[in-house]
Design a protein around this ligand. Structure first.
Ligand code: SF4
Length: 320
């Protein structure tokens, strides 16, 4: 389980700090598919970096913390905080990035990249076991073993992404983060990648955290989700409930903009864009785009509160 407690993170810039994640509180549970949604520029990827403990200058945690509780390979309970979580990379927590080419080394064949991972984290289990385990795992995932002898550039974008997912899950981590895992892939490949992630999660009973701007991805795959706007969570709850009854005006607009099969009416987009994080508007940051905004919305920041069991939202309209 991962606990995110009062987390605020910022980038240091030459003109001063820019807060990109603000007062974020939530938990990611064991054995669930959790989604983080929101437009580009809402802080999703920055939040993911902090959760995955790649907080490097100019990004820094200003306040709060992230705590990862997990059981290691020997069955021992462990608890790591921000700054320590990287010790559990690959074994307990792993990451599928947006662009597969950015993690695959272009000058090594795929087999060597699997072997490197194995040697670093399973030293002592022997080369023969290593080779057998890699082939066995690709077979389990229905991936052709021929990919092992290929260089990354010889594979299609979809196959590269499958290989990266296979590497990220090879050591059976308890938690996997996937950052826009279907971006830049065609819809058929997107579906197969999502199916692969769902099957793996179902088989391993681990936790999958999907970050995507695509609400359709969340609808198809996640069980709980959080909606981010301008660095903060504005809504959180079971995905089905959120789609059936979105509470926050931003979520309502995101869902209202989705195309629906058979519905020929014009979808209404959300005008404008997220505010600058360098100079955000006062009060509720969504107020300049919110059709339901009232005078108090620009005067005070709405609290992120539990408005129904398991349902959280930050909007003044819900506190009446
Ligand atoms: Fe809209 Fe006000 Fe709610 Fe913000 S607090 S989402 S401006 S109604």
């Amino acid at each position: 389980m991962m606990r995110i407690e009062n987390l605020t993170a910022q980038y240091q810039t030459i003109t001063g700090p820019v807060v990109s994640v603000k007062d974020v509180n939530f938990q990611i549970k064991d054995d669930e598919i959790f989604g983080i949604a929101g437009e580009s520029g809402c802080g999703k990827s920055t939040l993911l970096k902090v959760l995955y403990d790649v907080t490097r200058y100019p990004l820094e945690i200003k306040s709060g913390r992230v705590v990862l509780d997990y059981t290691d390979r020997t069955g021992k309970q462990r608890s790591l905080q921000s700054g320590e979580i990287s010790k559990a990379w690959w074994d307990a927590i792993s990451y599928v990035p947006q662009a597969a080419m950015s993690v695959l080394n272009p000058v090594y064949r795929i087999d060597e990249q699997f072997y490197e991972l194995f040697r670093r984290h399973r030293a002592g289990e022997g080369e023969k076991v290593m080779r057998e385990r890699v082939v066995q795992y690709l077979n389990e995932l229905d991936l052709p073993v021929d990919v092992l002898k290929a260089y990354p550039h010889e594979l299609s974008g979809g196959m590269r992404q499958r290989v990266v997912i296979a590497m990220a899950t090879f050591l059976q981590p308890g938690m996997i983060f996937a950052d826009e895992p279907t971006t830049a892939l065609d819809v058929v490949v997107q579906k197969s990648i999502l199916m692969m992630l769902m099957e793996l999660q179902s088989r391993m009973k681990n936790t999958l955290v999907i970050v995507s701007h695509d609400m359709g991805v969340h609808y198809q795959i996640t069980k709980r989700m959080g909606i981010m706007y301008s660095g903060s969570l504005v809504e959180l709850g079971p995905t089905d409930d959120i789609f059936a009854n979105p509470l926050h005006p931003y979520t309502q607009m995101l869902i209202g903009a989705l195309p629906k099969v058979g519905d020929r009416t014009t979808r209404e987009g959300i005008s404008g864009g997220p505010p600058s994080l360098r100079n955000p508007p006062p009060g509720c940051r969504f107020a300049p785009r919110c059709k339901k905004a009232r005078p108090e919305c620009t005067q005070s920041v709405p609290e992120f509160v539990e408005v129904a069991p398991g349902r959280f939202a930050a909007c003044h309209l819900l506190n009446r």
